[in-house]
Structure formats: C-alpha cells, structure tokens
Design a protein. Sequence first.
Length: 80
Amino acid sequence: MTESQTENGSPALEEASRELQAARHDAQVAFDCIALGDLDRAHTHALTAKVAADAAVTALAAELGQPGLGQSGLGRPEPD
C-alpha cells in the first residue's frame, strides 16, 4: 500500500501499512541472507519481520475494535 492509499485512513491503518512494509523488507533481507549463507543475519531479519507483522496485526485489531486477538492474531485471547 502506498502513502496515497492510506492518507485518508485512520492512524491505525497507516501504522499497519508501515509495519507491513517493514515486515516485507525484513523478510526480503532474510531471504537474501539465506541465499548468501549468512544464517545468523537471516535469523535476525526473520525475527524482526515477525515482530513487524505482529505489530500490524495489533494495529488492525485496534481498528476493528478487537483488542483480544492476542499476539498470534489467531483469535486466542492473551492471558490475564
């Protein structure tokens, strides 16, 4: 999604868009690192891609009014 596609959206949607772009970038870097044989760096970027994707899920859940989606985004509530 580009900036123009989210400029009329809510802040939560804009944040989700930014986080998904970051996740895409980190996933691509991880992929490239695997191809180069740099597994430690690939692991680091895969983890940061997951964190960014989780942040996007959280932002989307907030926009949908579903704060109990949990970290996985699979509908399981977080423990109290």
